[in-house]
Design a protein around this ligand. Structure first.
Ligand code: GLP
Length: 236
């Protein structure tokens, strides 16, 4: 795992967006694995700018998002809505090429990714408890796309996007850890004041199912972006 330290989240966003655009320019049919949460928002803003400046086109790109809530969720709280608002509606991607896991598409989601040729670049955030996508601590490393019960900590962390904690869904569908590990390249962003301990654990971890992101240790091509401030606090 290569750790890349930048001064700010906007610098992280611009660097990753340039790397993604470069990849798409070499291979216009790039398959992207996309993430929600606050950490990737600056990447999406930078990609929108590059698309509007005609530096990159998404017209032949396909995307597979990591996860989606389950149950009765208002559309404006879904990850589909988040992605439409933060990225898709501002770029020239074909919405029918953008995919989300669902209860009706569990094994089929992994198959669809493989049929598309596999994920070239997987963008990831990380939960405070080390979760990636919605793979909570204790998830088997061999897991494929599956239904999860969200950890209370995750529901509390994500309650900032809802009116109250009781409105946060209790279940979700997520790509599994083995699905994520099949990506050819993984780019993770560790960002936020609440991630000091998370980054510390990540930098010293061995593979351990209690800390899902530790699975990345055995992936051959992982870049972890973080800010200087967070890094300094984590190594203290
Ligand atoms: C959610 C998402 C994860 C994301 C995490 C961290 O739980 N399912 O994919 O990594 O939030 O979000 P943030 O970047 O807002 O800290």
């Amino acid at each position: 795992m290569e750790i890349i330290i930048k001064n700010s989240i906007s610098e992280i966003g611009e660097t990753i967006a340039k790397e993604i655009a470069h990849h798409i320019n070499l291979n216009p049919k790039t398959i992207l694995g996309l993430a929600t949460g606050s950490s990737p928002v600056e990447v999406y803003q930078a990609l929108i700018k590059l698309n509007k400046a005609n530096v990159v086109s998404f017209k032949d790109v396909k995307s597979f998002n990591l996860d989606e809530y389950l149950g009765e969720v208002d559309f404006d709280k879904t990850y589909r809505f988040f992605m439409n608002e933060e990225l898709f509606k501002h770029i020239d991607i074909n919405l029918s090429n953008t995919h989300f896991p669902s209860i009706h598409l569990l094994d089929k989601y992994d198959e669809a990714i493989e049929e598309a040729g596999g994920i070239d670049i997987q963008l990831l955030g990380i939960g405070q408890n080390g979760h990636i996508a919605f793979n909570e601590p204790g998830t088997a490393f061999y897991s494929k796309t599956h239904v999860v019960t969200l950890a209370e900590k995750t529901r509390q962390d994500n309650s900032r996007f809802f009116e109250s904690l009781d409105k946060v869904p209790t279940h979700a569908v997520t790509m599994g850890l083995s699905t994520i590990m099949k990506a050819k390249e993984i780019i993770m962003i560790v960002y936020g004041d609440n991630k000091v301990e998370t980054l510390k654990t990540l930098m010293s971890t061995k593979e351990d199912e209690h800390f899902p992101a530790s699975i990345l240790v055995s992936h051959p091509n992982v870049k972890i972006f973080t800010t200087l401030d967070l890094y300094n606090r984590a190594i203290r």
